[in-house]
Ligand binder design. Structure first.
Ligand SMILES: [Zn+2]
Length: 208
């Protein structure tokens, strides 16, 4: 759940080469993460494993093939799910893709307790469905980032506790220790899952 609005600018249109030469620039514009699932390239093999996504598919919009405004950074899984699918012009209330440089994808989804996301609009539900944004890989990512955020919060508490330990009673100290144990247990479980859970199945990327 770390989507960001992509700042696209006509002036950044390269004057030479073709889109495959512009991958570093596109990766940087997109914060080095997939614009659809928000997984950072560091989690997934780096730039060589990531793809350049033609938001408007090049097979259907050949005129936008080399248009920097149409080019985004995507992980291989989302890119393959999306392929040349184009159900219609972007519109939140119809089945369509939403341009990540027009609307911050954070606005499109809400996170459920199960760490699945659900769409706030027809378009966002379609994107979840087509790109399989509730695949096991992403659910673990979301769980892990939630636990990590708690860990950071807890570390700050521990730091202040160490400084002023004399001012707290033992119940408070005990409650912090219990939280620490619980968070590290959660992290251990997640790390184990990450090694075992298949991120997606072959049939997922072969559907029409
Ligand atoms: Zn992705």
């Amino acid at each position: 759940m770390n989507w960001k609005l992509i700042n696209k600018n006509k002036n950044s249109q390269p004057i030479s080469g073709s889109y495959s030469d512009w991958k570093e620039q596109i990766a940087k514009e997109c914060f080095y993460q997939c614009v659809y699932c928000s997984v950072h390239e560091a989690q997934f093999g780096g730039i060589d494993h990531y793809h350049i996504d033609h938001f408007k598919p090049k097979s259907k919009f050949p005129g936008d093939k080399e248009n920097i405004l149409n080019l985004f950074y995507a992980c291989p899984i989302c890119n393959r799910f999306k392929r040349d699918d184009w159900p219609g012009e972007p519109d939140l209330n119809t089945v369509s893709y939403i341009n990540p440089s027009i609307i911050d994808y954070t606005e499109l989804f809400s996170l459920k307790n199960s760490f699945e996301i659900e769409g706030k609009y027809i378009a966002s539900n379609y994107i979840i469905h087509r790109l399989n944004l509730n695949r096991a890989q992403l659910i673990i990512e979301r769980r892990e980032s939630t636990v990590r955020a708690k860990e950071i919060d807890l570390r700050e508490k521990i730091n202040s506790l160490v400084i002023t330990i004399g001012e707290f009673d033992s119940k408070y100290v005990l409650s912090i220790l219990i939280s620490i144990t619980s968070i590290y247990n959660n992290l251990l479980v997640l790390e184990q899952k990450r090694r075992e859970v298949r991120p997606y199945e072959l049939q997922d990327i072969r559907r029409s």
